[in-house]
Ligand binder design. Structure first.
Ligand code: FAD
Length: 303
């Protein structure tokens, strides 16, 4: 097991960002559940991130990249090793030929809003999806007919071996995945938008915000869609038809409004959410023979 005290001391000499020990992850996930991380590091820039990754790898300490935590279920026992909070890496650079370079910690909403202001289209239907650019790459976030991967030209990523760039043909975007492996951290992306009409784009953003307020206002912390849509099916409909609308374990409840959302009613623990996920999967499987797969990433240890 990694020596956390030793790593902490080594980092203190060279790492520029914040270093926290036993940081509760309830503060960093949209579900507001999850135990503490042994180490919680907030690199201030790319060099700081590279330094942390190198040092953690040397010390055989597992690390886990964190964006806005909007697609994440951290278990109640927390995370052994280090969380790398990437939210400070939020550069945004407008380039020629409708291209934009964006840091992994930039909020996706900021990226899409700035793009629209400059008449750049291609991600406007994703407006309102919370999370960072890095999370959107890893999850290939999507809505309606658009997916984040559609506009990606290249991704710069790092792991213990250093920095690499993958161009479009080396990436494998498909439904809610981009083909990255554990330990590979997206640092920045080069995007190519298409020319659009600024006013039209801004209207779409407004309409998307209103739509999400109407359909996603589930009155409580959540992580968006819990289950992947099986081919040709809607997960929310399968959950609903299995009678799970409003099903509850502890303070975790299948939303009455959107049945692919599970809401934390106040005091839910990750264990409640996991038990409810399991209950819903069993109910759907019994009714339809389809085993739903979670879309949310589940990390950490049981209490
Ligand atoms: C109300 C609500 C609505 C939502 N609607 C949608 C929707 O319509 N469509 C959709 O696709 N999603 C939706 N989501 C889910 C979520 O917002 C997206 O998956 C988002 O892209 C996750 O980004 P994040 O920064 O929060 O990632 P996190 O939750 O922080 O992380 C998700 C995964 O990505 C990894 N990761 C994050 N950043 C990096 C990085 N830089 N390098 C490597 N790995 C990284 C993490 O390790 C983790 O495995 C919704 C969520 C909520 C709460």
């Amino acid at each position: 097991m990694a020596d956390i005290v030793k790593i902490f001391e080594k980092l203190q000499g060279s790492f520029k960002g914040e270093i926290l020990r036993n940081e509760p992850l309830t503060r960093h996930t949209s579900w507001q559940v999850g135990g503490p991380a042994d180490l919680f590091l907030v690199p201030v820039d790319k060099a700081d991130l590279a330094l942390a990754v190198r040092l953690l790898a040397e010390e055989e300490c597992p690390y886990f990249p964190l964006g806005a935590g909007t697609n994440l279920l951290v278990k109640d026992g927390g995370v052994r090793g280090a969380i790398l909070d990437l939210n400070a890496l939020k550069d945004l650079e407008l380039l020629e030929n409708h291209r934009v370079r964006a840091g992994c910690g930039l909020a996706m909403a900021d990226l899409i809003r700035v793009a629209a202001e400059h008449g750049l289209g291609g991600l406007e239907y994703l407006y309102g999806i919370p999370g960072t650019v890095g999370g959107a790459v890893i999850m290939n976030a999507g809505a309606f007919h658009q997916q984040f991967g559609d506009v990606v030209v290249a991704v710069v990523w790092i792991d213990a071996g250093g920095e690499k760039t993958w161009t479009r043909d080396e990436l494998s975007f498909s439904y809610r995945t981009a083909g990255f492996n554990k330990g590979q951290i997206v640092v920045e992306v080069l995007l190519e938008f298409e020319e659009g009409d600024r006013r039209e784009l801004e209207n779409i953003l407004r309409e998307r915000s209103e739509y999400r307020l109407r359909t996603h206002d589930v009155s409580g912390p959540n992580a968006g869609s819990v289950f992947r849509n099986p081919p040709g099916q809607n997960a929310w409909r399968l959950v609903d038809e299995a009678g799970m609308r409003g099903a509850r374990i502890g303070d975790a409840q299948v939303s009455e409004k959107h049945t692919n959302f599970i809401v934390n009613l106040g005091e839910a623990r990750a264990a409640d959410i996991l038990a409810l996920i399991d209950k819903v999967r069993r109910a759907v499987e019994e009714k339809t023979g389809i085993l739903l797969e979670p879309e949310v990433k589940i990390v950490g240890e049981d209490d």
